[in-house]
Design a binder for this molecule. Structure first.
Ligand SMILES: C[S@@+](CC[C@H](N)C(=O)[O-])C[C@H]1O[C@@H](n2cnc3c(N)ncnc32)[C@H](O)[C@@H]1O
Length: 279
């Protein structure tokens, strides 16, 4: 999704254009990623204190808080001010008791040993120093606490995600390249690297399983989706009108295999990552 390397870059990105687009498309993204939300709600269980890392506009946080009711509490942490604001508004709108903190999860001073479960849906691939971040999260976890993450596998397993940039490349030079292992959408694609990061951060019982989930969204949202998200979304606004039109036509054509009537359907190839804090 991006090629920026430092936490500062990520903060600027998520407090800027990416935060804006995710906030704008929050309903669509939540619908599209509903199955992942359910996997994390199940992991959180029926009680306890839960932390949702990189919670964005709070879809998962609110779903977990609703499930916990009076038997627990869910906190969402996110580096993006606009997304945290949207998350708080959602919790209020839905009359759900959830707390949101705007902070860099990499080094935020969480209350030590305070969470029974730490979860994340696509929110942990953006740290400048992942070992530091997961060490910090381990300190926030109680002894025996569970960690459950959903992250993307590689671009080669997720051709849908790179369709737009591949189709637009001949018409639009300068689309940022995906850099392996750099912070961004595919930053945790390398299974061995994820295992190593968690091990070096002191987590135990590490399990990393592939999961393939069918996702869908309305076809009417397709152009908005590919013109606003990802590397193409970063550069398309700066193109002249003629180029923009050509790009939209070419990219829509390239997405044709994913269009089923009024829906766009694709497979999200992800890792389901589990670990424990032991001691
Ligand atoms: C791909 S979005 C996922 C949002 C949300 N979990 C969801 O599934 O809708 C990634 C989120 O991670 C957040 N993020 C990136 N770096 C972060 C950091 N260092 N600390 C906390 N949040 C971070 C972004 O602001 C963004 O909300």
């Amino acid at each position: 999704m991006d090629t920026t390397r430092t936490s500062e870059d990520q903060s600027a990105r998520w407090n800027g254009p990416s935060g804006q687009v995710w906030t704008e498309f929050q309903a669509m993204m939540d619908e599209m990623f509903r199955d992942f939300e359910e996997i994390l709600v199940e992991a959180a269980g029926p009680w306890g204190r839960v932390l949702d890392v990189g919670c964005g506009t709070g879809g998962t946080t609110v779903a977990i808080a609703r499930r916990l009711g009076e038997k627990g509490h869910c906190t969402g942490v996110d580096i993006s001010g606009p997304m945290v604001e949207a998350a708080r508004a959602r919790a209020e709108r839905e009359h759900v008791r959830a707390e949101f903190v705007q902070a860099d999860a990499q080094d935020h001073a969480f209350e030590p040993a305070s969470f029974d479960t730490i979860v994340s849906r696509f929110g942990v691939m953006f740290f400048g120093d992942s070992v530091r971040a997961f060490t910090n999260l381990r300190h926030a976890a109680k002894d025996g606490a569970r960690l459950r993450l959903i992250v993307w596998r590689g671009a080669e397993d997720n051709p849908f995600m790179t369709t737009a940039e591949r189709a637009a490349a001949p018409l639009l030079p300068g689309i940022p390249a995906r850099v392996p292992d750099a912070p961004g959408q595919f930053g945790f694609a390398n299974r061995d690297r994820v295992h190593r990061i968690l091990e070096e951060s002191g987590w135990s019982g590490i399990g990393i399983q592939p999961i393939d989930v069918t996702c869908a969204f309305p076809e009417s949202e397709l152009t908005g989706y590919f013109t606003r998200f990802g590397p193409l979304g970063q550069v398309l606004p700066d193109a002249d009108e003629r180029t923009r039109e050509q790009v939209v036509e070419a990219v829509r054509g390239a997405f044709a295999p994913y269009v089923r009537g009024t829906e766009v359907r694709f497979t999200a190839a992800c890792w389901l990552v589990d670990a424990r804090r032991n001691g």
